[in-house]
Structures are given as C-alpha cells and as structure tokens.
Design a protein around this ligand. Structure first.
Ligand code: PGA
Length: 241
C-alpha cells in the first residue's frame, strides 16, 4: 500500500481530484465504485466544480455506489444513493444509466445483490473508500469474508453510532447492502481516503498493524495498487515510532 501524506486538507483534496481527473482522461470509460460519508465531500465538490467548468467528463464512465443503508425511508437524504446524487451526480455529465445503486427495499435482496455483481462484471478500474474507525471498508465490518460478493450485512454497533452524523433523525440504520471485499480487493486500483485526527489511530493500525480480516483496511496492504491518501492529522500517529 502506497501512503501519500499532505500538509493540508486543501492539498489532499486537490491531489485526489487531480489524479481522479487524470484517470478519467486516460480511460474515459472508467468503472468506479464510490462511497458516501463525510470524508469525500470536498473531493466531490472539487470534481463537481471542475466538471461544471468542462475540465473533466464522466460521460462514458460508470459509477457504482459502494453501499446503501437499509431500514430508511426511500427519500431519506442520508441514503448513500441520495448523498452521491447531491454531492456529485447532479454536477457531472454521467448519464443516469451509468449510475448504479443498491436498493435495500428490493423484495429479493439476494438476486438484487447477485445482479449488482454481474453488472460490476470484470471488476472496478478505480475504487474510492473512506475508512471506518474500526477499519471497515464500505459496510464490510471486521471479520468479513474476503471472498464475499455484494450482500446484505449487519452494521457493527460502533458503525451504527457513528452513522448518526449522516442523519437528522434517530432511526439509525442497523443493516445495509454493500459491495463485498472480493470486488474491492480485486479492483485494479484502490484509493483509501482519510482525513482528520479521529482517523489517526486506525490509519496507524492499518499501515503498521497485523494484516487480517479483523481490520479489513489492512488487507489492502496485499493489494498491488492501493493508495492511502492522508492529511496531516490522519497521518499523525505514523510518526510516533
Ligand atoms: P466517514 O466514514 O467518511 O464519514 O468518516 C467512513 C466510513 O465509516 O467508512
């Protein structure tokens, strides 16, 4: 895993957006998997701004939502699909047919998840991920099987608790649908984005700790093309020893 550290959040944001634009220029039909969450908000804003200025096009690419919360109203603004729609899709030229989302209300979840994996097909060119405080990737919590495809999963109690910041109500989701570790680990390129001091501990564990399913993010150390983008605060504990 390649670790890239930036002096400021602004530099972190610009670097990620610049590399992302580059990937789209080199491969306009880039197949991406994208997260919601607080971490990528600034990156999505920068991609939106540059897309509006015509500096980047998503026209021939495709985007798969990384996950989706279950048990929420269809129009809950905290759902992953709505968040991605607002923060990125509304500003880019990706055709509606190129935006794939998970539907936790589907009456046949197993078939729906299997169809998502079929649509992912040969795999992602680029996966962007945040990192959970417990190392989860998407909704792949510690202990998740490495060969799992897209599936319904229960959220860890700490994940439920930290999801409160995405919602304006107290009906916090206890489960969700997520792209499985298999597709994440099989991707051609994976970028893990982490910023802020709250992530410093899990970042240090991910870079220096044991590799194994108890910290899903650590598994990316075996990936040939995984990148960890850190701002100064998220990388702070890497200097500690
Ligand atoms: P965050 O979430 O970007 O809101 O910190 C990341 C995660 O929990 O996967």
């Amino acid at each position: 895993m390649n670790v890239l550290r930036f002096d400021s959040e602004a530099a972190w944001t610009q670097a990620i957006a610049s590399l992302w634009r580059d990937r789209l220029r080199v491969k306009p039909d880039l197949k991406m998997c994208l997260p919601s969450g607080t971490t990528p908000v600034g990156v999505y804003a920068e991609m939106s701004r540059t897309a509006r200025e015509g500096l980047v096009s998503f026209k021939n690419s495709s985007v798969f939502a990384l996950d989706e919360f279950g048990g929420l109203a269809v129009d809950d603004p905290g759902r992953t699909s709505h968040t991605l729609q607002r923060q990125l899709m509304d500003s880019i030229d990706l055709p509606r047919s190129g935006f794939h989302v998970l539907d936790p209300d589907n009456e046949n979840i197993a078939a729906h998840c299997a169809a998502y994996d079929v649509a992912i097909g040969t795999g992602f060119d680029l996966v962007l991920l945040g990192i959970g405080l417990n190392g989860h990737l998407g909704m792949n919590e510690p202990g998740s099987a490495l060969d799992r495809g897209t599936s319904r999963v229960e959220l860890h109690p700490s994940t439920v608790q930290s999801s409160a910041r995405y919602f304006t109500h107290h009906n916090l989701p206890q489960w969700g649908l997520t792209v499985g570790l298999k597709s994440l680990l099989d991707a051609s390129e994976v970028w893990v984005l982490a910023k802020g001091s709250a992530k410093a501990r899990i970042v240090a564990d991910t870079v220096r700790g044991d590799i194994g399913p108890s910290n899903p993010a650590s598994l990316l150390r075996r990936h040939p093309n995984a990148w960890l983008f850190l701002d100064d605060a998220a990388g702070a504990l890497l200097d500690a020893r």
